[in-house]
Design a protein around this ligand. Structure first.
Ligand code: ADP
Ligand code: GLC
Length: 471
């Protein structure tokens, strides 16, 4: 099948979070299954662009309301990612260093989607399925099905994958002129609660809707930032498909970012070597269990609770553990975490910012990964951590609940807690410290989690089965 993924992120071209990881790996697995899989994304000015060779495959112009723009589509020449990678350039809108966070993001992503529709319409043989990811590509199913200009695309099956329904990309009707002409009675296919809501529109228009775990889909019916009735109404076309991870990138046996590579048979030695490096770099005590947090410092991830959790852990459990936080996000959360340094002495450190290299080293060095997420559609961190023999300490929600089994249950290998609340999390830290002291149990769990299979093999096939159900 000819599969086209449309996304704002794709690792290693541009990544902000897990969306990038998924779109950077799922298409390769689909290609390996014998399909022609491709990714189309904006041409940001990231390092990847300057370090690869490209060929121009299409040049044309289109319009965003009254504004006419030229666009260019380029293709990576060597198939380096294992799928066809196309970048769309629109001068003045997409030629930026960052993926999101600009005042004109609405204009940027509308123009991007229009350019992609314009380009796809010029194809001699159309794709068998268009798979869009999150709200940045959420207007695409509407554009394909309901705009006059892109009628040629209207019968192509569409899938939307919701990686995170917290972000919906809503904007006012005053910007309706950005969309190519459509029959005004179709307004309902764009609207949610008085605005144009790209994520809601995708849920209404796409042939199928997937979420990145089963439990997250259940939760969305009760908690989806205002879309609850829509998920209930459209439940017939929704399904959960858990993310996989890419063991070509995330495997301690071959990971170039690590100080020492290791596998199941030498996990203790390998982890210790990496822990030595991290402890030295961040002034932490090698002999205490190391808890890490890696992620966006936002409420959704429960990052605002970390200062109090760390404070209470020291107070109630004692100075028996180290914490290291890597992330960036809300300024208030960042400063709350930074202020811990005063009280924590040598048992806590932080790195505010994004650092892919350090994240790999931390997964390898740590004993426990803390994820107190309020919302976690899938979560990749816990899957990476487990491959590196690091025990996940996670809230029982979304994809965390679907991938981690508590050590108190038969065959369990992680530590779960119910609420994103300081008391519950501190109690889980206590359980982890207790586990750390039982060296034999610790070793058995490490070996077990490193051997679990969270690869894409099964999930990539589930997506293909879904596409094939359209034919
Ligand atoms: P989300 O997409 O909601 O941020 P995920 O768990 O799906 O959460 O994926 C997060 C991805 O981003 C992981 O690959 C994680 O290692 C990475 N990541 C998050 N914050 C940072 C950071 N500050 N530095 C390096 N990598 C980060
Ligand atoms: C989102 C979610 C995260 C998920 C990722 C990839 O950003 O917050 O839980 O793992 O997308 O699907």
């Amino acid at each position: 099948m000819q599969i086209v993924h449309i996304s704002a992120e794709c690792y290693p071209v541009a990544k902000v979070g897990g969306l990038g990881d998924v779109v950077g790996s799922l298409p390769r697995f689909q290609s390996e299954m014998g399909h022609q899989s491709s990714v189309v994304m904006p041409m940001y000015r990231t390092n990847y662009l300057y370090t690869h060779d490209w060929e121009v495959v299409h040049k044309a112009s289109s319009n965003l309301g009254h504004w006419w723009f030229d666009y260019t589509v380029i293709k990576e020449k060597s198939n380096a990612q294992g799928f066809s990678l196309y970048l769309v350039d629109i001068n003045g809108l997409l030629d930026r260093e960052k993926v999101y966070g600009y005042e004109d993001d609405v204009e940027r992503f509308c123009a991007f989607q229009i350019a992609v529709a314009n380009w796809l319409s010029s194809w001699g043989s159309l794709p068998h399925v268009v798979h869009v990811h999150d709200h940045h590509a959420g207007l695409f199913p509407f554009i394909m099905q309901h705009t006059y200009a892109f009628k040629k695309l209207q019968h192509i099956p569409t899938v939307v994958t919701i990686h995170n329904a917290q972000y919906q990309g809503a904007f006012g009707w005053d910007k309706t002129m950005y969309l190519p002409h459509w029959d005004s009675w179709k307004r309902g296919m764009l609207e949610w609660q008085g605005t144009i809501n790209p994520l809601a529109s995708a849920i209404k228009c796409a042939w199928k809707v997937t979420t990145v775990s089963h439990s997250y889909l259940d939760e969305l019916k009760f908690m989806s930032n205002g879309l609850e009735p829509l998920f209930e109404f459209e439940k017939g076309k929704c399904m959960g498909i858990i993310n996989g991870i890419d063991y070509q990138v995330w495997d301690p046996a071959i990971d170039n970012y690590l100080t020492e590579n290791y596998a199941v048979n030498d996990v203790e030695k390998g982890k210790l070597r990496n822990k030595e490096i991290i402890c030295k770099q961040f002034g932490l005590d090698l002999n205490k269990p190391l808890f890490i947090f890696i992620g966006r410092l936002v409420g959704e991830k429960g990052a605002d609770l970390l200062p109090q959790v760390i404070h209470d852990s020291f107070q109630h459990i004692g100075r028996k553990m180290n914490f290291l936080v890597l992330g960036s996000g809300d300024k208030e959360v960042e400063s709350g975490i930074a202020s811990l340094k005063k009280i924590a002495k040598a048992d806590f450190n932080e790195y505010i910012g994004y650092n892919e290299n350090l994240s790999h080293l931390m997964y390898a060095a740590a004993d426990f990964l803390l994820m107190p997420s309020r919302v976690e559609p899938c979560g990749l961190n816990q899957l990476y951590a487990m491959k590196y023999g690091t025990i996940p300490v996670v809230r029982r929600t979304g994809g965390l609940k679907d991938t981690v089994v508590d050590i108190g249950e038969e065959g369990g290998y992680g530590i779960l807690f119910n609420h994103a609340a300081v008391g519950d999390i501190t109690q889980a830290v206590y359980r982890a410290v207790e586990t750390y002291q039982q060296k034999e149990t610790l070793h058995t769990i490490r070996k077990k989690i490193m051997s679990l299979d969270f690869s894409w093999n099964r999930s990539a096939k589930e997506y293909v089965d879904l596409y094939q159900s359209f034919y």
